[in-house]
Unconditional design. Structure first.
Length: 396
């Protein structure tokens, strides 16, 4: 079962502030340069999209209501939805702050059918939080997610094992998770517009054009999850954080302080997810919205914020800044699960224990209760977490 909250951030705001119900709402940060991170269905229908600036959105829809996001509210609601799901099955995976997978295999001895469980979950979430969710039920994660998206908003779509290929056949290729605009255009250029056409297309041609992804695409078009055999328990492809600043930053000392802050945030996410990475990237955006990204791959995996910081500052030094920057971003990629091997060097073990202690304090008293003194150079501002953020539920 795949569960996806409908317009999550905006729905939470509308549920907790009745005067917003029925109005076009956009959730933003507190800064003047913030972009829209979520919008209500009333706003979506009128052309408001995630990533729009305030100016773009207000020109598109003057009646749009801006609401500053409340991270704690979204995380708390996510955790409580997780608690609801755990009453139906212990096999629950938090994909992001508004998405869950639940394996119902062992629960069918206790409940009449998967659809009954889904209906009960939808009803309980609606009654408790005043928000809706869309649910997809299928034999595997891939088809369950596609079914959930197909039924949005407030839908419940169940696909039986024998109906999978028939369900997939007429869907547009972009219904398959991972097929974005560029991949869609490449497939369309080959005359492939539906999953049925992708299923019937020669795999050898797909392989020549897309490499190993050609095989994956052919499998997914049939409703077969090619990643199931090597499932990594929801391992994300990358983890990153970015900041858009109130004022452009040209001082490299302040830029480095910001990079230290961002590196620490990425490292904390890595530690929370119990994963390590060996690829890191730095993104810069200038006032004219020109965006540059550089990457570096290390010969080893790490969750260490100091190493991440040293890597991205080396990338910074390779840039000849033509102007002050309005945005900085740090990301980790090429990730894998952390293998808990004993440290070879006492100093490294000491540093690992230090960061665990810092994480424990910040878990107890809030983000950035403890942080490097250098980041005090940074003027604090409020930003909204990404919908892809995955809270850690310690009680599960």
């Amino acid at each position: 079962m795949y569960i996806d909250m409908d317009a999550y951030f905006a729905s939470v705001e509308q549920a907790s502030r009745p005067y917003l119900r029925g109005k076009p709402v956009a959730v933003v940060g507190s800064g003047k340069r913030t972009v829209i991170v979520a919008s209500s269905y009333e706003a979506k229908r009128l052309g408001i999209k995630t990533g729009m600036t305030r100016g773009e959105a207000i020109r598109k829809l003057p009646s749009l209501v801006f609401v500053e996001g409340r991270n704690n509210k979204y995380v708390d609601t996510c955790v409580r939805i997780h608690e609801i799901l755990l009453r139906y099955t212990p096999e629950v995976e938090i994909c992001s702050i508004d998405e869950f997978f639940a394996d119902l295999t062992g629960s069918l001895l206790l409940f009449p059918s998967p659809a009954d469980i889904a209906a009960a979950v939808k009803r309980e979430i609606g009654e408790r939080f005043g928000i809706t969710c869309s649910v997809g039920i299928a034999p595997n994660k891939l088809v369950a997610k596609i079914a959930g998206e197909f039924g949005k908003p407030d839908g419940l779509v169940a696909v039986e094992k024998d109906d999978v290929e028939r369900f997939m056949e007429g869907l547009p290729v972009e219904s398959i998770p991972g097929i974005g605009r560029k991949m869609k255009e490449a497939l369309n250029a080959l005359g492939i517009r539906t999953c049925g056409e992708l299923r019937d297309f020669p795999v050898s041609v797909l392989r020549r054009r897309f490499g190993i992804w050609g095989d994956y695409l052919s499998f997914m078009a049939r409703g077969t999850d090619p990643f199931r055999a090597r499932d990594q328990g929801g391992l994300p492809r990358s983890i990153g954080h970015s900041m858009t600043f109130e004022k452009n930053i040209g001082d490299r000392v302040v830029i480095r302080a910001r990079l230290l802050e961002l590196s620490g945030m990425v490292a904390r996410r890595l530690r929370k997810e119990k994963i390590v990475a060996k690829g890191f990237s730095l993104t810069l955006r200038y006032p004219d919205f020109t965006t540059l990204t550089k990457r570096m791959t290390l010969p080893f995996y790490t969750p260490n914020g100091r190493i991440i910081y040293e890597t991205v500052t080396a990338l910074l030094d390779s840039f000849r800044l033509k102007d002050a920057v309005r945005l900085l971003g740090v990301s980790a990629f090429n990730v894998r699960r952390f293998a808990a091997n004993p440290s070879l060097f006492g100093g490294l073990d000491r540093e690992e224990r230090l960061w665990k202690a810092v994480d424990d304090v910040n878990d107890a008293f809030g983000e950035c209760s403890l942080r490097p003194a250098t980041t005090l150079l940074c003027v604090r501002h409020h930003w909204v977490i990404s919908p892809a953020y995955r809270p850690v539920c310690f009680f599960s």
